[in-house]
Design a protein around this ligand. Structure first.
Ligand code: NAD
Ligand code: IPM
Ligand code: MN
Length: 360
C-alpha cells in the first residue's frame, strides 16, 4: 500500500514555498518511482477564513491518517487580533499535540556556498553542523493554568505555566542522546535551572538519562549563555536539547548562522514513524505574494520527510544533492544573495532543484 502525505500550505508565503516542494515531490513520483498519495487540506488563517477554525476536524483526521504531513507556515496580521485560542498558530499547536509529535529536530547546517550570506564572520560559521532537539508538546506552550484575568481594582494580569513531567523530559532526552550517539557524541542540555524549578527538574532528569549513554558527553548550559555562545562560537555545539520555548528562540538564532532562516527545515516526530515537516520560519507577511521567499527550507523539510517517515533515504539524498547543486550554480533568493551570485525568485529555485534532481 502506498504511503500518504498530507500537504498543508497555510498562510503568507506558505503556499508559495510549498508549491516548490510539490514540484520536487511530483518529479520524484513521475520520474523516480516514488509511490505516494498526496492530499491537501486547510490549516491556520486559510482554514479560519473557510471554516471558522484554524484546525478543522477534517484536517486533523486527514493528518492522523497520513504517514507524514508537510506544512508551509501559518499566521499573519489579518488574524492577529482574534482571540488567542482561535488564532492560526493554534492550528499548528493543535497538530503537534493532536499527533503527539513531542520531538522537534531542527538541523542548522551551513552550506559552504552560503558562508558569505551569514551575518557572522566566515571562520565562526564555516563547517557549522548543529542539531537542535526541541521539546514540542509541553512546557509553557501547553501548561495550565493560562489566561488573562482581571484583578480586584480592574488591572489585568496575564499568566502562563511552565510545567514538565519527568516522563516528558525523559523521552525527549532519549531522542537527543540517541541522535548525539550517532553524531559526534556531544550533547548540551539548555535550561534555566538557576531560576526555574521546572528546568531544575529538567537538568536532573537529563543527567539521570545520560547515565545510560556512556558514549555521549553531556554538558549543561543556561539559556542566556547558550544564546550568547551560539553567536560567539557556534561550532562548540554538536547536539542541543531544550524546552519548547527555549528551542523556539534558539533555533531562529541558529538559523542566522546558516545564512538565512529560509534555509532551516524541521521534523516533528512522535513515538511511531509519523511526522510533520515544516520550515522553522513563519509566514513572512512582509514578503508574501512577492515571489521572493526562499523555498529551500521547505524543500529540505520534504527531504527529511522522505528520510524519517517514508523510509526513502536515497530520494532524500537526491534532494539534498540537488539543493547543493543549485547553490553551486550560484542561484539565490534575496535572503541568501551575496556579491557574485545570481538573484532569482522562489519559483526559479524550485525549477532549478527539479532540473538538478535529474543529473545529481
Ligand atoms: P517569520 O519567520 O515569518 O519572518 C521573520 C523574518 O524572516 C521576516 O523578515 C521574513 O521575511 C523572513 N523570512 C522568513 N521566512 C523566509 C523565507 N523563506 N525566505 C526569505 N525570508 C524569510 O516570523 P514573524 O514575522 O515573526 O512571524 C510572521 C507570522 O508567522 C506570525 O503570524 C507568526 O506567528 C507566524 N509563524 C509561523 C510559524 C510556522 O507556521 N511554523 C513559525 C514562525 C512564525
Ligand atoms: C515555530 C513557530 C511556532 C512556535 C508558532 C507559530 C506557534 O514559531 O514553529 O517555530 O512557536 O512553535
Ligand atoms: Mn519559531
Amino acid at each position: 500500500m502506498s504511503k500518504k502525505i498530507l500537504v498543508l500550505p497555510g498562510d503568507g508565503i506558505g503556499p508559495e514555498i510549498v508549491a516548490e516542494a510539490i514540484k520536487v515531490l511530483d518529479t520524484l513520483r513521475a520520474e523516480y518511482g516514488l509511490e505516494v498519495e498526496v492530499e491537501e487540506a486547510l490549516v491556520g488563517g486559510a482554514a479560519i477564513d473557510a471554516t471558522g477554525s484554524p484546525l478543522p476536524e477534517e484536517t486533523l483526521a486527514l493528518a492522523r491518517e497520513a504517514d507524514a504531513v508537510l506544512l508551509g507556515a501559518v499566521g499573519g496580521p489579518k488574524w492577529a487580533r482574534l482571540d488567542i485560542s482561535v488564532r492560526p498558530e493554534k492550528g499548528l499547536l493543535g497538530l503537534r499535540s493532536g499527533l503527539e509529535l513531542f520531538a522537534n529536530l531542527r538541523p542548522a547546517l551551513l552550506y559552504p556556498q552560503l558562508v558569505e550570506a551569514s551575518t557572522l564572520k566566515p571562520d565562526v560559521v564555516s563547517g557549522l553542523d548543529i542539531m537542535i532537539v526541541r521539546e514540542l508538546t509541553g512546557g509553557i506552550y501547553f501548561g495550565e493554568p493560562r489566561g488573562i484575568r482581571k484583578l480586584e481594582g480592574g488591572e489585568k494580569e496575564g499568566f502562563n505555566t511552565l510545567v514538565y513531567r519527568e516522563s516528558e523530559i525523559e523521552r525527549i532526552a532519549r531522542v537527543a542522546f540517541d541522535i548525539a550517539a550517532k553524531r559526534e557524541g556531544r550533547l548540551c542540555s539548555v535550561d534555566k535551572a538557576n531560576v526555574l524549578e521546572a528546568t531544575e527538574l529538567w537538568r536532573e532528569v537529563v543527567t539521570r538519562v545520560g547515565k545510560e549513554y556512556a558514549g555521549v558527553e553531556l554538558s549543561h548550559m543556561y539559556v542566556d549563555n547558550a544564546a550568547m555562545q551560539l553567536v560567539r562560537e557556534p561550532k562548540q555545539f554538536d547536539v542541543l536539547v531544550t524546552t519548547n520555548m527555549f528551542g523556539d528562540i534558539l533555533s531562529d538564532c541558529a538559523a542566522m548562522l546558516t545564512g538565512s532562516i529560509g534555509m532551516l527545515p524541521s521534523a516533528s516526530l512522535g513515538e511511531g514513524g509519523k511526522g510533520m515537516y515544516e520550515p522553522i520560519h513563519g509566514s513572512a507577511p512582509d514578503i508574501a505574494g512577492q515571489g521572493t521567499a526562499n523555498p529551500l527550507a521547505t524543500i529540505l523539510s520534504l527531504s527529511m520527510l522522505l528520510r524519517y517517515s517514508l523510509g526513502e533515504p536515497a530520494m532524500a539524498a537526491r534532494i539534498d544533492q540537488a539543493v547543493d547543486q543549485v547553490l553551486d550554480d550560484g542561484l539565490r533568493t534575496p535572503d541568501i544573495w551575496s556579491e557574485g551570485t545570481t538573484r532569482v525568485g522562489t519559483d526559479s529555485i524550485g525549477d532549478a532543484v527539479v532540473v538538478a534532481l535529474r543529473y545529481v
